[in-house]
Design a protein around this ligand. Structure first.
Ligand code: AMP
Length: 399
């Protein structure tokens, strides 16, 4: 692979796989959140500035059988043009075929072409080689800037790589940023390294915890998943979230951690509620002694103090999953306290990566996104990365 920032795109047609899977208003098709489009603008601008031209390909939504109006990328053309400072964005009504080929062939340096939704063809998700080859013919170089789909071996995200020489495959800035941040944490972490894992279910996070047992100094476990660990050790957890079929997994993770010298921190106390509701009655209790009829919905003061101490001493911080039901005001204190501690540790020199799912929503909601080192945009992709899996979209570029 070549390095994007030092590659000269002059006279080249860059075929970029972007993640323009943005939410659209159901009636007007107006874009309701353009974060993913904005993210990739620097990549496009660099190529245009070099004197190259840009062909953008993406999926949008989950079309079932062929083209559907509500999933057409034509709804993005006007806004994309605005984000690029008013330049005309050409649109191919099909991602392969004569229209796409002719528009791509006629593209001049400084021009941008957007292709219609890749997933109007089943071949995209199937990773069909012939389809990938057709796409590859549109450009001289292939740039993968879609981290959000890097865990999928689709035609445009991975299979297409074989039709470009190694030096003609590149990560764009989005992809480069995500990969660098994840590698810094997983392969280059300064110790102490704390992983903060929260969220609803143990079953969703087992592989991540197992992988982190090989790397982290401390693992903080919060959120609903903590109660399975307490119950597995004969604690009383009332009607808190619990996965009874995961008791053995929880106990075995604790055992493995001990054997490896990794310190697992469970929340000593919880904010408890008599109901899963914003207006529930609340109290606090030790997390392993929650009265019948009550459930733990957030970490409480002692647990916050316990976790903050660990975070403060860490040089590398990985955070995945909220500490409680942060969507409800009564149960967001723990997640906010942890976000504050991560921000402070970052200010004091730690490297912090927030990635995968609801912890990203939480740092955005609480205004901490620019106070941590990196916020990942690739939910599922980042989770698989943390699980230690090789992502096809990354492997394809690296070759
Ligand atoms: P995840 O997608 O696994 O990161 O889980 C995030 C979800 O877990 C959020 O919607 C939280 O509201 C939920 N959650 C966090 N803590 C708890 C808890 N103690 N009980 C129930 N749900 C929780």
């Amino acid at each position: 692979m070549s390095k994007f920032s030092s590659y000269n795109f002059a006279g080249q047609k860059a075929l970029i796989r972007v993640d323009f899977n943005v939410p659209l208003d159901k009636q007007t098709f107006a874009i309701t959140d353009d974060t993913r489009m904005k993210a990739t603008i620097p990549t496009i601008k660099k190529i245009l500035k070099d004197g190259g031209s840009v062909i953008l390909m993406s999926h949008l939504g989950r079309p079932k059988e062929g083209p559907e109006e509500k999933y057409s990328l034509k709804h993005l053309v006007k806004h994309l043009s605005e984000l690029l400072g008013g330049i005309t964005v050409k649109f191919a009504t099909d991602c392969i075929g004569a229209d796409a080929s002719e528009l791509a062939a006629g593209l001049q340096p400084g021009e941008v072409l957007l292709l219609e939704n890749l997933r109007f063809y089943k071949q995209e998700e199937k990773g069909d080689e012939a389809f990938a080859e057709k796409l590859s013919k549109l450009g001289d170089v292939w740039v993968n800037d879609a981290f959000g789909t890097a865990h999928r071996a689709h035609a445009s995200t991975a299979v297409i790589a074989k039709f470009f020489a190694p030096e003609k495959r590149l990560f764009g800035y989005v992809m480069e940023g995500e990969v660098n941040a994840a590698e810094q944490v997983l392969h280059n972490a300064q110790k102490p390294f704390v992983a903060i894992i929260g969220g609803a279910k143990v079953s969703d996070k087992i592989l991540i915890i197992e992988n982190l047992l090989e790397r982290a100094t401390d693992i903080i476990i919060g959120g609903g998943m903590a109660y399975t660990f307490f119950k597995a050790q004969n604690g009383q957890i009332g009607k808190s979230l619990c996965e009874e079929d995961r008791f053995e997994t929880a106990l075995s993770l604790l055992k493995k951690a001990e054997a490896k010298g990794v310190c697992i921190h469970l929340p000593s106390d919880s904010v408890i509620a008599d109901n899963f509701a914003a207006d529930a009655n609340t109290s606090t209790a030790p997390s392993n002694n929650i009265p019948d009829g009550w459930m733990g919905l957030d970490i409480a003061e002692n647990a916050c103090g316990q976790f903050i101490n660990v975070i403060k001493q860490s040089k590398t911080i990985l955070w995945n999953g909220p500490m409680g039901v942060f969507e409800m005001e009564k149960f967001q204190h723990g997640t906010k306290a942890i976000a504050t501690a991560v921000a402070e540790a970052t200010q004091n020199g730690a490297f912090s990566l927030v990635g995968g799912g609801d912890s990203v929503a939480a740092v955005n909601q609480f205004g901490f996104a620019d106070k941590v080192s990196y916020v990942s945009t690739g939910g599922g992709a980042m989770l698989e990365y943390f699980e230690g899996k090789e992502l096809p979209g990354i492997a394809a570029v690296k070759g």
